[in-house]
Design a protein around this ligand. Structure first.
Ligand SMILES: [Zn+2]
Length: 278
């Protein structure tokens, strides 16, 4: 993961990926670019800083800026209300009839974290990949929602980590790891204990981490096509939701909720989409 600072005040080329930058001061000028233009190389996140202090239109998780109104906040968010294949969804269990090979080839590297204003986010470690049935995607970033967004046959979970990947064609694969309260996770600790005090800024923590240690041992999963679960709600995102949760401790969850009590989009209609259990 290479961060390139280009100029002086915050605009993130990969707004939808990093979810950094959300200002209520100026809603008119900045349009969220389509994903292909956001990043040309998945291992190369360009944090482009421009002299203007505006960025993407302000959005949040409650009140007038909450999920029910995202689609009205800005024309670039219209997919949030008009889209027909939105995320998250309720994933209903069906007995798998086949398997799909999925390999998380994540590498250890420096842990860089941001409090984006919407979630806690860690940048992907260099060289980290996921391979799904032979298709390879680079890990761009991971971020945390509380509670989890996807539900499993109606069951909700305390939190979830979304791992955002992108392939050479610009397609997004988001994998989700569900979290339940239980035994503490040391890597989760590294993240929640190194959150920068300044918001919307990626800062190095000074420690190394391996995102692999945030994955469950079993990789059975749901596979479906949906969207980014936050503005601009871009569709065509492939979701791999692992159905085995990891655990973090009660204290770790409390610390997470100290940052974000509820940064979770409600369940969206399935609209006839196919979800495959593997
Ligand atoms: Zn997410």
């Amino acid at each position: 993961m290479k961060l390139r600072i280009v100029d002086t005040a915050i605009i993130v080329t990969a707004t939808a990926f990093l979810t950094i930058g959300c200002s209520s001061s100026d809603k008119s000028e900045e349009k969220a670019p389509p994903p292909k233009k956001m990043m040309d190389k998945s291992s190369d996140v360009t944090v482009k800083v421009v002299k203007k202090t505006h960025d993407t239109p302000h959005w949040g998780y409650d009140g007038l800026f909450g999920p029910a109104l995202w689609g009205n906040l800005d024309p670039s968010f219209s997919t949030c209300k008009d889209g027909k294949s939105q995320s998250p969804i309720d994933l209903v269990y069906k007995k798998p009839t086949s398997t799909q090979k999925i390999e998380f080839l994540y590498e250890e590297g420096p842990l860089a974290i941001a409090d984006t204003g919407h979630n806690l986010l860690a940048t992907g470690t260099k060289g980290s990949l996921v391979s799904v049935a032979g298709d390879t995607y680079n890990l761009v970033q991971l971020h945390i929602h509380s509670p989890a967004e996807h539900t499993l046959s109606g069951k909700s979970f305390d939190a979830a980590i979304h791992f955002l990947h992108k392939n050479s064609a610009g397609q997004i694969l988001m994998s989700s790891v569900l979290i339940n309260e239980g035994t503490a996770n040391p890597v989760f600790d590294q993240i929640i204990k190194n959150v920068p005090t300044t918001k919307k800024k990626v800062e190095k923590s000074g420690v190394n981490f391996n995102p692999k240690n945030l994955l469950p041992a079993i990789h059975t999963h749901y596979d479906y096509v949906g969207s980014l679960s936050h503005p601009p709600c871009t569709e065509g995102v492939r979701w791999i939701v692992l159905n085995t949760p990891i655990t973090v401790s009660k204290e770790q969850l409390a610390k997470l909720k100290g940052y974000y009590q509820n940064n979770s989009r409600p369940i969206q209609p399935l609209n006839g989409r196919t979800v495959t259990n593997y």
